[in-house]
Design a protein around this ligand. Structure first.
Ligand code: UDX
Ligand code: UDX
Length: 479
């Protein structure tokens, strides 16, 4: 008979660990949740009184933090104590694609997962359920089990025992709280049925039992990669068709609507955009490619790799269209970039299409003014690599033909950022970009001025009436 679960630890207070533990804490007020992270700055932000400073922006998150923080939810860097007291430990650290060594460019770097497992092995007491929350390559659980088992053999501590489960997260950023509150399914993979039941008991506080699926551990790991691969494949498919629309006179919105009505296809994830971003899609597909290659399944590897290739090609295609429409050159032209996050309602920029598109335009010599309602200037600076480009704020800035400049603009409401701009490029579908006053903006721009709408969110009539040229993704007829 195991002791009832009382204390939960989560290693990694990122976009997944933070919101997931906050939701669990709000649904299970009798359990204690300790979220730990090696990044002191991040933990300080999670503990900041000013909720606008939380390191993760998600609609609805602040309200849940108010309800739970320092009641049954605690953020700290005290890994040792959090592990010692935990009955269940979620590992939710980042697993970036390896940049060098075996599997470079495709397989995930498991060094943080391994480091976390070693810390668990070092400090855990009694019986502990270790849960993989991070998306991981198939068979990573084996690595964790090996590390934990070696602790058992080497340790003088009596009675340390572990079970390892896979419990992938399916939340999408921007809708994380909604997704966590009402998940399509909760997947729990493992070998020990009792451990699986213990974990499922936490979710049962708010998730109907029929949505909690038990599988073996490898199926659970592979199901997560496959889910993301299928979703990304839908986006590459629709984006590839948008290119056909543009040359044939068809309209991608009409095509999406028509095919989405087929209940076998369904209407979700059929919005053509600037290409998928986010921390998961590319990384997970590349993991799948690596796995297939490892087992000699070359055709399978090529099939999935093409989903990523189309995405890269599609982003380059958009940069090229912008340059071509602006008479073949953007050198020294001011272009306003609206949106830098990889999707609306998040401050996350990982793998955002905006990064590649901005870099391409800077390489062409453009002067960019970048606005995003939630992404900070320092984040954009990180992504665009300050060494490659120079900010317009900088007096030393000498924009030459080799590489352009960029500056950050916090506000768009006074419309000043549109002064003397040759084009506006919408890259993220933030709600406020749908309601711009095109008549006013048009007066400030250099004619013939352009609007490039990679998310299909503007009112085309209003843009045209304001005397602006419009390019919309997947639109075959001149808008
Ligand atoms: C998670 C998963 O880790 C990733 O594999 C999955 O694909 C998406 O979800 P996410 O929460 O978005 O990633 O990552 P991130 O926001 O980078 O947060 C990870 C946190 O782990 C960081 O705050 C980092 O400081 C922390 N960390 C990393 C540790 O606390 N310990 C470590 O050893 C390594
Ligand atoms: C994804 C999965 O949806 C989620 O289940 C998993 O747990 C993590 O990875 P996330 O990356 O946060 O979530 O966001 P998602 O909504 O899937 O969007 C990913 C990218 O696809 C974004 O760049 C988005 O703009 C793009 N997208 C999405 C489209 O271009 N068109 C669509 O129709 C939908």
């Amino acid at each position: 008979m195991e002791i009832p679960i009382q204390t939960i630890c989560c290693i990694g207070a990122g976009y997944v660990g933070g919101p997931t533990m906050t939701m669990m804490a709000s649904k299970c007020p009798d359990l204690i949740f300790n979220v730990v992270d090696i990044n002191e700055k991040r933990i300080a932000l999670w503990n900041n009184e000013d909720l606008s400073k939380l390191p993760v922006f998600e609609p609805g998150l602040q309200e849940l933090i108010v309800k739970t923080r320092n009641k049954n939810l605690f953020f700290s860097t005290n890994l040792k104590e959090a592990i010692k007291s935990a009955d269940i430990i979620f590992i939710s650290v980042n697993t970036p694609t390896k940049t060098k060594g075996l599997g470079a460019g495709k397989s995930s770097d498991l060094k943080w997962v391994e480091a976390s497992a070693r810390e668990v092995a070092r400090y855990a007491t009694g019986y502990t359920i270790v849960v993989e929350k991070s998306t991981l390559p198939v068979r990573t659980a084996e690595v964790i089990v090996n590390i934990l088992n070696s602790a058992k053999t080497n340790s003088k501590r009596e009675e340390i025992r572990f079970d390892v489960l896979s419990n992938p997260e399916f939340l999408a950023e921007g809708t994380a709280i909604k997704d966590l509150d009402n998940p399509d399914r909760v997947l729990i993979g493992g070998e020990n049925k009792n451990a699986m039941i213990e974990l499922s008991n936490i979710y049962k506080a708010w998730v109907p039992e029929e949505k909690i699926l038990f599988t073996n551990i490898w199926s659970s790991e592979l199901a997560k990669l496959t889910s993301n691969a299928f979703l990304a494949q839908r986006i590459s498919s629709i984006n590839s068709i948008s290119a056909i629309c543009e040359v044939t006179g068809a309209d991608i919105r009409e095509v999406s609507r028509a095919i989405g009505k087929d209940s076998r296809i369904g209407s979700k994830f059929l919005d053509s955009g600037p290409g998928f971003g986010g921390s998961c899609f590319k990384k997970d597909i590349l993991n799948l490619v690596y796995l297939a290659e490892y087992f000699g399944l070359t055709e399978v590897a090529n099939f999935w790799e093409s989903v990523v290739q189309i995405n890269t090609w599609h982003q380059e295609r958009i940069s090229e269209i912008i340059v071509k429409k602006l008479f073949g050159t953007v050198t020294n032209k001011k272009l306003v970039i609206l949106g830098f996050a990889f999707k609306a309602n998040t401050n996350d920029t990982r793998e955002s299409a905006a990064i590649n598109i901005c870099k391409d335009l800077l390489n062409e010599g453009a002067n960019l003014v970048i606005h995003d309602p939630k992404v900070t200037e320092s984040q954009i600076e990180n992504d665009l690599n300050k060494n490659d480009t120079k900010s317009l704020d900088n007096d030393d800035c000498s924009c030459d033909e080799k590489s352009g400049c960029w500056e950050y603009s916090k506000f768009i409401y006074n419309h000043e950022i549109f002064n003397n701009a040759h084009a506006i490029i919408i890259l993220t579908e933030w709600e406020e970009f749908r309601r711009l006053n095109w008549k006013l903006i048009s007066k400030k721009m250099v004619p013939p001025a352009w609007v490039f709408d990679s998310r299909s969110i503007v009112n085309t009539e209003e843009v045209k009436d304001a005397g602006l040229n419009l390019w919309r993704i997947g639109s075959g007829l001149e808008d």
